[in-house]
Design a protein around this ligand. Structure first.
Ligand SMILES: [Zn+2]
Length: 182
């Protein structure tokens, strides 16, 4: 056990209680990595703190989950019709940039952030392919917003079929129709 966990850093008491519980760590789109969460509570002054060992394990678990998220994101994008070369070309990234991230599972922070955004809004690739044309990007935004609303309302209505507060899919369909005018 680490020295820091042997006594309270506020009152120097050695009367420490250890609380343990299972914790699942997950980066966006990443795997779930289980760690043992540990917290010390000082019986004398009530101060609580996490031992360095737990904080280090938590950080490592997050890194594992982040690494796992890269192929998971790329697989999902591929299933939606956006392979790596399409993404690279549309964003003017050097060839094989993304495949290097995938093979090394080591996208830099900026690259990982970019992949998360693309995975959340895959149609942004279409916008990029149209050189970020403002009218096209507006149309894609509205169309995809309407589609999301439609999917959402269908889900809500199926989940709460008996509820009186369900959304009306006809109204959302109207929004979807309107978006086509943009
Ligand atoms: Zn204390």
């Amino acid at each position: 056990m680490k020295k820091t966990a042997n006594k309270c850093s506020i009152c120097n008491s050695k009367n420490l209680l250890l609380e343990e519980e299972n914790e699942n760590i997950q980066a966006p789109f990443g795997s779930i990595v289980a760690v043992k969460k540990r917290k010390y509570i000082c019986s004398d002054c009530g101060f609580s703190f996490y031992p360095d060992q737990y904080l280090s394990e938590r950080e490592k678990a997050l890194e594992i989950s982040k690494k796992d998220s890269i192929p998971a994101i790329l697989d999902n994008l591929k299933e939606n019709g956006y392979n790596m070369s399409v993404i690279e070309r549309s964003l003017d990234l050097p060839a094989r940039t993304i495949s290097r991230w995938k093979s090394k599972r080591d996208g830099n922070a900026m690259g990982l952030g970019l992949l998360r955004i693309i995975n959340t809004y895959p149609w942004i690739i279409d916008v990029a392919q149209h050189k970020f044309d403002p009218i096209y990007s507006c149309a894609m935004l509205v169309q995809n917003t309407a589609k999301e609303m439609l999917d959402f309302t269908l889900k809500i209505n199926s989940n709460f079929a008996s509820s009186t507060t369900t959304w009306h899919s006809a109204e959302v369909r109207f929004v979807a129709e309107v978006s086509l005018w943009c």
